[in-house]
Ligand binder design. Structure first.
Ligand code: BTN
Length: 264
């Protein structure tokens, strides 16, 4: 399917390296970009005005009606896959800092580990990273897909236009995001993860509180203690076998807040 219109490189000097190609419709911007990633330069972005088969985390679908931002960004960091995983936090911080510029009450916006953006406790944006690596474990490329609900209806999720008086252009939000990402990506590439980690913690929901972590075949309740130097969630909980408190490192999973219903 041909692009809706070739979009020129963003005019702001910060986003010079990002080039956005806009399609009316795609099955999924992530799937499209993943297919062409080896032929495209770092910073190449694909946006669709709607998606037919938008993809979410854990194999879920991402409802993608018109009126929202569906964007995939191609990154080619010179690092191994482990470190490449930190980019999810770089994207999450960039998206949060972007959305903050459009939200009058800054306290309403939070990040849910690892990378869901919440407005008033309801999800407003999700991020899906898909990567490829060589036999040596080095990253070939990362496709970072962003879905941000702005005007389009999407079932139980929140959208930016739920905010009274909200009136911003989707392309302006996209360009603001790319500006912010460029700065944060440069910080991460040159200075490492610590600065991004600290900023992620500033926006995080639930630090020091009770959370439930769902893994593939189990779930645990405990206190969300911290985000470690690799982006893993540190969960302090009682080990049922020894009755001792332990700190469990969680690298992937789904969290929810508050105490588990004892009857569950
Ligand atoms: C999540 O489940 O929270 C992640 C959702 C990611 C959705 C975006 S929309 C643009 C890009 N293309 C896709 O198919 N998915 C991502």
């Amino acid at each position: 399917m041909p692009p809706h219109m070739p979009f020129p490189p963003c005019s702001d000097p910060h986003t010079m390296d990002f080039r956005v190609e806009v399609f009316d419709e795609l099955p999924s911007t992530n799937t499209w970009l993943y297919k062409y990633a080896l032929q495209k330069p770092e910073g190449y972005c694909v946006q669709a005005l709607r998606q037919i088969s938008g993809k979410g985390r854990f194999g879920n679908s991402w409802t993608s009606p018109p009126g929202n931002l569906y964007l995939s960004v191609l990154l080619k960091p010179d690092c191994d896959l482990g470190r490449g995983g930190q980019i999810t936090f770089c994207i999450a911080v960039s998206l949060t800092e972007t959305v903050l510029k459009f939200v009058p009450d800054k306290n309403l916006l939070k990040l849910k580990w690892p990378n869901d953006v919440l407005l008033n406790d309801k999800k407003i944006a999700g991020i899906l990273l898909e990567s490829a690596s060589g036999n040596n474990g080095r990253v070939d490329f990362i496709v970072a897909g962003i879905g941000l609900n702005i005007y389009g209806q999407s079932e139980s999720y929140a959208k930016l236009s739920d905010i009274e008086g909200f009136n911003a252009d989707i392309d302006d939000i996209r360009d603001e995001f790319l500006n912010t990402l460029k700065e944060n990506y440069e910080t991460w590439s040159t200075k490492g993860f610590e600065n991004i980690r600290q900023r992620w913690l500033l926006y995080a929901k639930g630090i020091g509180e009770t959370i439930i972590v769902r893994l593939r075949e189990s779930r645990f309740e405990g206190t969300f203690r911290a985000l470690d130097k690799d982006g893993c969630l540190l969960l302090e909980r009682e080990d049922k076998k020894t009755n001792k408190m332990i700190t469990q490192r969680i690298s992937a999973g789904e969290i929810s807040f508050g105490q588990q219903n004892k009857s569950e």
